[in-house]
Every structure is written in C-alpha cells, then in structure tokens.
Design a protein around this ligand. Structure first.
Ligand SMILES: [Zn+2]
Ligand SMILES: [Zn+2]
Ligand SMILES: [Zn+2]
Ligand SMILES: [Zn+2]
Length: 383
C-alpha cells in the first residue's frame, strides 16, 4: 500500500506538460489586461487588504474592475466576469453614496473597503513625512494603518481572527459640519460639537473631523486614529463589552495610550469631552515616562487601588499617565496573553481583585511594589 501511494505521489510530482503557446499574445489568453489608469502594477489598489475603492470605481476606463477587455481576442467568460465585477463595484459605490454622502447633500466623499474596515474619507491633501499625499493616497494610507493596527493588536494578544468579530467603521471628515451630521447618526450618541465619537458595540464605529488646532500634522492625526481604533478593538475582542464605564477606565484608556505611544512616542488623545474641546490640552507634551517616574518619586502617583475604581471619563491627566504606565508594565513584564486573560475576566464581570489573583497571583496591594521597582528600572527621571 505504501509503495503504491509513493508511486502515485511521485507520478503527480512530475512536471506538467508544457502549456500550449497562447493564441493571443496581447493577453496570454486571459481575455483581459490590467487597467493602466491606476499607476504601476495597479498602484494602491493592488494592496492585498484593499477590496473596493471609490476612486478606482470611478475609473472611466475600467469602471473599477481594474482590468479592461483585450481588443485582440474574444473571450466570452472573461468578458462576462469583467461585466459582473463592474456591476458589483457600481452597486457598492451607489450604496455607499446613498448611505453616507446623500445624508450630507453632496456626493463628495471617498470610500474604501478593506478586509476589516469600511473607511469614509473627506480629508484634504496632507504632507506625510516629506511627501504630499492627495486625498486618495492618504485614504489608502489610513486604510493600511487601521489594518496594521488590528493585526498588531491581534498578534500582541495572541488572538485568532474570529476573536475580533465584525467590522470596523471609521469616518474621517475634513470639517466639523460633516462629522456633526454623520457622527451622532452613526454612533447613536454624543454631541455635534465633539472632535470624535465612538460606538463600542454592538457595532464598532469611530467618526472624527480633522481639527487643525489639535490634529494638524499627520503624526497627531495618526495617533488620534490609533488611540480610538484601539478602543474599538478592545471592546470588539470577545466577549464584546466596553469596560470603560465599569471602573476599568485604566485598561480602556491605558491601552489606547499605549498604542499611541507605540505609534510615534507620544500620548495626546483623551476620551473626555471637556478636555477634547480645549485645543492643545494635554499633559507634559505627551511624553509621559519621565514624568510618571517623577510622580512616583514625589509621592504623587495614583495607587492601583485608586486608579482601578475610575471610569474612562473620570480620569485626571496624571491618572491617564498612570494608566498608561500600568498597561506598559503589565504588557512588557508579563506579556500580551496574560493581559488578554485579565481583560476577558473583567469583561465576564469578575471583580478586579479576583481577576488579578487568577491571572497574576497578585492583589491590588501586592501588585504595587513590583510595579514601582519596574518603573525605577525602566523610566528615567526628567532631565
Ligand atoms: Zn487577448
Ligand atoms: Zn484607490
Ligand atoms: Zn481603471
Ligand atoms: Zn481614549
């Protein structure tokens, strides 16, 4: 039996017969050619995470199919597939326009569908690094950034794809007017005067506008998206639950800050409306580690026992920074998988004391000494 199987295996491993010479040299008998209007090798549309793009959808040459019919040959099935793809792209864009643009009375927004996110985009061109990106390129960049944040989150907490069910919906508007209409409608809450609004279950939505007073440059805007999408992911991680209003604000905000800091070394976003509406309000220029250390040495660092009774919107500036430091400590010293287990226990309704004991074999008092020793080792004092 084994001999027979081996014989079959080696037979199937033989070289396939040489392919016949294609009868159409233009398309190698595929029946279509890549559309040339999207840049070299289809440009941003070739990104594996990109499913549908409104700019590509409006291409006059291909109608968003990203391929055009080969003029040198006839290929019925390929032509039918092309027409079907054009129809699908057309229907998608029309549905997006009806659902979003028409609410604003003008069809001016860009739309991108990636593997896990529906992004609606209204920002102007922006300089990123040394390059000025037009709105279309900028939208693709933010689509990539959201996908890569999700992937980082998934990897850090050792999650499967199924542990983050449902899609993310992100709306980025150029001015308050559009956010003021769409934000409250899509999140079901909040005032039109906010910079950003979130829904953290059962749907995962973030709507914001590009406030030039606090988010002018790309690095600040990037942190804003990372901070807020990190909130969505934390709530989305099974079991679906927002823990920021169950006295676990230190995890909810601490983790969002941790991802911000990881993005480009600063924490500048606070989920507290009154602070958000004061442009430029913040703590220590967003560079927190040395100032957390100083608070510790000065006796001003909030204790874990104090911190772990606060909701997200009750945290003061030093408590935001302490929350960041706690998350930084737990992730760095004990790893993502245990932090995930802590979050799951809290989402399931366990008391902080019991969850800490189960996951770290520590309680709200005994956890203090190793944390402080870790801070003294890893956080330098300010110069
Ligand atoms: Zn051809
Ligand atoms: Zn595109
Ligand atoms: Zn095209
Ligand atoms: Zn936040």
């Amino acid at each position: 039996m084994l001999v027979a199987l081996l014989a079959v295996a080696s037979a199937s491993a033989q070289e396939p017969p040489p392919a016949p010479t294609p009868s159409c040299r233009s398309c190698a008998d595929r029946g279509t050619l890549p559309c040339g209007k999207h840049g070299k090798d289809l440009g941003p549309e070739a990104d594996a995470a990109v499913r549908l793009c409104s700019v590509a959808a409006e291409c006059k040459a291909c109608g968003g199919a990203l391929a055009v019919d080969c003029r040198s040959c006839r290929n019925g099935p390929a032509e039918q597939a092309l027409a079907a793809r054009q129809q699908l792209v057309h229907d998608w864009l029309e549905q997006r326009r009806k659902a979003v643009d028409d609410t604003l009375g003008e069809r001016s927004l860009l739309h991108l569908e990636t593997t896990h996110c529906d992004l609606v985009f209204g920002l102007r061109a922006l300089t990123v690094g040394k390059q000025k990106l037009d709105p279309h390129a900028l939208m693709h960049l933010y689509g990539q950034r959201i996908e890569s944040l999700r992937e980082d989150f998934r990897t850090l907490f050792e999650l499967t794809d199924a542990d983050l069910p449902g899609r993310l919906r992100v709306y980025m508007f150029r001015d308050q007017k559009h956010h003021g209409v769409i934000g409250p409608r899509e999140t079901g809450l909040g005032s039109a005067s906010s910079i950003g609004l979130k829904q953290m279950g059962p749907e995962f939505v973030y709507s914001m506008w590009h406030d030039q007073r606090s988010l002018a440059a790309d690095d600040a805007l990037h942190r804003n998206i990372v901070h807020n999408v990190a909130h969505l992911l934390l709530s989305q991680m099974l079991p679906v639950q927002w823990i920021g209003n169950r006295s676990h604000g230190w995890i909810d905000e601490g983790l969002a800050h941790w991802f911000e800091d990881r993005t480009n070394g600063k924490c500048t976003n606070y989920c507290y409306e009154e602070i958000l509406t004061m442009p430029g309000a913040g703590w220590k220029n967003g560079v927190w580690r040395p100032h957390v250390r100083k608070l510790l040495e000065d006796g001003g660092l909030p204790t874990f026992a104090q911190l772990s009774t606060r909701n997200t919107d009750q945290l003061t500036f030093p408590e935001h920074a302490a929350a960041f430091a706690w998350v930084d400590h737990l992730l760095t010293a004990h790893g993502g998988a245990r932090f995930r287990d802590l979050v799951r226990a809290l989402k399931a309704g366990q008391a902080t004391r019991d969850a800490l004991q189960a996951v770290y074999q520590l309680n709200p008092l005994t956890i203090e000494a190793p944390f402080q020793a870790w801070l003294r080792e890893h956080y330098p004092l300010p110069h």
